[in-house]
Design a protein around this ligand. Structure first.
Ligand SMILES: *Cc1c(COP(=O)(O)O)cnc(C)c1O
Length: 436
């Protein structure tokens, strides 16, 4: 049976899909952190590339991918779509399971799709250095790589718990020439404030974002880059779904369910948004399932309101699902899913009933990840494992009901830097979320 659906490189999609053209109403605008008034896009240019700011509010349905960005994408894109035949057999399910695998990128996840685009736009504008935060290290690796490709310096604030759990992620960033600082740090006002209150702080993405922004605002040649949440980040990630649309067609199938994990919502959005458009135009019904950890249940337990993206209240306020910007999640292994907020696009689609969310316990998640590794061979990133687990649960339901659902998983990355998490799971040391 055919298991791999590869697109030829000549068929790499050349446009990103902008869902803002198809939401039927504008998203609530970001608010200025000081005045709480709607923010002029101009004000965002202090932090972000001009082109990204334009994309943030654009309503053009498709946006051309610059040739220089396509040229870098061709290092690993198109990424493969697999049919998970062995997993289906192990589950004795009539469901047909596919996964779109982003782990073949240079840094092992979907994150370079936007890192490369953002670094490119900054290079064009003459930016000298980018700062950012990283949780699990995936985003920091992607931006370090992208900055190096376009000749920019890169400073990464890495959440301390990950810095300690994943020393090799740090080394990877350093190989690409980046400077990596554990957060909270003494380097910034925001970091010093947290350390004064809590010297042993394990850090959070919210704190690291504050540090990265402060550094960017204090240095004229330096700008800031965000790896998720914002509209332009989800836009850049739609390359994933655009490829997957063509690949599902090659496979002669169409998903009934698309399932992804959500930290800030970018890999999930990147995969599902093109299917959202396509399903609407064909009058098809597709279920979109966002999975998150019980330990950081942004959609399932959060409120929808305006909130800051960071702990120190420096970012614009976004209307989104949030657990509160001061929320510090317990140090679970899926570091990339430890974020208090959500992409406003995903929040909007949840409120419209297009996307539904489920929260999963990490022990249950790792059990699924090990089954996936033992059948399909790929060891999923702990984040991606949330999507895998939800798909397994769905496929098991199909085994009971006899439904032949077609399930598409967003496998956002590999877990090769997460062996300590797998070691804990195998040794029975991983704690169930309920007891954290
Ligand atoms: C960062 C990361 C995520 C979570 O971020 P999103 O913006 O929600 O995609 C998920 N999976 C992997 C492998 C990641 O690196």
């Amino acid at each position: 049976m055919k298991r791999i659906f590869n697109l030829p490189q000549e068929e790499l999609p050349r446009r990103w899909y902008n869902v803002l053209a198809d939401l039927g109403e504008p998203l609530p605008p970001p608010l200025d952190p000081r005045t709480k008034e709607p923010l002029e896009p101009e004000a965002l240019k202090a932090l972000f590339a001009e082109e990204c700011v334009a994309q943030e509010v654009s309503t053009d349905r498709f946006i051309d991918i610059p040739e220089e960005v396509l040229e870098v994408y061709r290092l690993w894109r198109p990424t493969p779509l697999f049919r998970a035949v062995n997993l289906e057999r192990a589950l004795k399910t009539p469901a047909r399971i596919y996964y779109k695998y982003e782990g073949t990128s240079p840094t092992g996840s979907h994150k370079p799709n936007t890192a490369v685009a953002q670094a490119y736009y900054h290079k064009v504008e003459g930016t000298k250095r980018l700062t950012t935060e990283t949780g699990a290290g995936q985003w920091g690796s992607a931006l370090s790589f992208a900055c190096h490709v376009f000749g920019l310096a890169c400073t990464v604030y890495m959440v301390r718990v990950s810095y300690e759990q994943k020393p090799y992620r740090r080394v990877m960033m350093e190989v690409y020439g980046a400077e990596v600082i554990p957060s909270p740090s003494e380097r910034t006002e925001a970091g010093r404030k947290i350390l004064a209150k809590e010297p042993d702080s394990t850090g959070s993405l919210g704190i690291a974002i504050s540090e990265a922004i402060e550094t960017a605002l204090n240095d004229p040649g330096t700008k800031y880059s965000l790896g998720s949440v914002l509209n332009h980040v989800l836009l850049h990630q739609t390359i994933v779904g655009e490829e997957a649309l063509l690949q599902m067609e090659m496979a002669g199938d169409y998903p009934d369910v698309v399932v992804g994990c959500v930290g800030g919502g970018s890999n999930f959005g990147g995969l599902m948004l093109p299917f959202f458009r396509d399903a609407q135009s064909r009058g098809r019904k597709v279920e979109f399932v966002a999975t998150e950890p019980v330990a950081c249940p942004t959609i399932t337990k959060g409120e929808v309101r305006y909130d800051y993206g960071d702990t120190a209240e420096m970012t614009p306020l976004l209307k989104m699902h949030t657990l509160g910007h001061e929320f510090v999640p317990p140090p679970i292994h899926a570091g990339g899913l430890r974020y208090h907020g959500m992409a406003p696009i995903v929040t909007h689609l949840v409120r419209k009933g297009v996307v539904k969310a489920v929260a999963l316990d990490q022990v249950h998640v790792f059990e699924g990840a090990v089954l996936f590794a033992q059948t399909e061979g790929i060891i999923p990133a702990p984040e991606s494992a949330h999507a895998v687990r939800a798909a397994i649960d769905l496929a098991k339901q199909c085994a009971e009901t006899g439904e032949e659902k077609v399930i598409l998983i967003g496998l956002s990355g590999h877990g090769h830097f997460d062996m300590s998490a797998y070691a804990d799971y195998l040794a029975g040391k991983l704690v169930s979320t309920a007891s954290l």
